[in-house]
Write a protein that binds this ligand. Sequence first.
Ligand SMILES: [Zn+2]
Length: 350
Amino acid sequence: MQAAQLIAHGAPGKFELRDLPAPKPAPDEVIVQVQSCGLNHLDLWLESGSLPIHVQLPRTPGGEIAGRIVELGAAVTNWHTGDEVAIQSNIFCGECEFCRRGEESLCLRGQLLGIQRDGGFAELVGVPARTLVRLPEGVDFDTAAALTLAGSTAMHMLTNRTQVSAGEWVLAIAGASGVGSAAIQIAKQLGARVISTGSTDAKRQLAGSLGAEFVIDSNDPAWPAEVRRLTGKRGVDLVVEHVGGDVLLKAFECLARGGAIVTCGATAGREVSLNLWPFFVKQQRLIGSYGRNRADIQATLEWAAAGKLKPVIDSIYPLAETAQAFAHLRSRTALGKVLIEPYEPVSESD
Ligand SMILES: [Zn+2]
């Protein structure tokens, strides 16, 4: 089978399209024929070698997978070949105290698909059957691949790590990104009034079309003042943050008394210096969020089937153009998801 493997770190890293032996399933695993696989910032960190975890090269990246089961391990009973599935890319053990209560994203023995084991930029991938989520009727492979990781991350942030009540103000940072575009739609469906940010006209327009009531130019260093102005100086109840660094600190300037910031990323910096005085005086909360549970993926795909959550797809590449797909995501010009279709002929690309 063909696989796009990272053989040397860098920005750009070095990729090679390789012909590898087809994976064989362990007793508790299935083999999935990958129809579509989304790219994420996580893949760029893998590419550049900047993850704070050990990575062994060569590695087949890709964690946001949708496909069809083609082979079952000997002990797999509740799935069939031909079943259409998405995959929980936080590979969880299923046995630790956190897994037993459905909090797979807290698993003590978690492994990242496409980082610590080979992922979906390949025609075939082997994964434990417990990580599978069935695609609902009417959700195609590209839709699933565009929502399974980033969309379900937003679902986890807004419905598991925090709650949103009707009429509350929610600020979704970077509304044209995978997490941001889903966060706008989910918060809106939950009855919130949504403000978002974007660095270009096209990105701001996209955020507006997804349901953000106001979209602010994030190039203006005074953008938090605009959030305060729009909310009558009150600030927002919740910030969905996934950029980190200075953006996280600016998010505090946008936050109402008693408000919360939920954060799942640190592309712009992992270390910040926080003034604790206003933080506790205003009784605010900073909430970490990591990955998702299978329940979040299920909810995400069900919302997609019901038309409540739409994927935003920028472009689709064939497997042979994996390096170009990475370059496009790295350029920060993508409007929505960049997908790779390992098994299908290319239908569009830029
Ligand atoms: Zn576990």
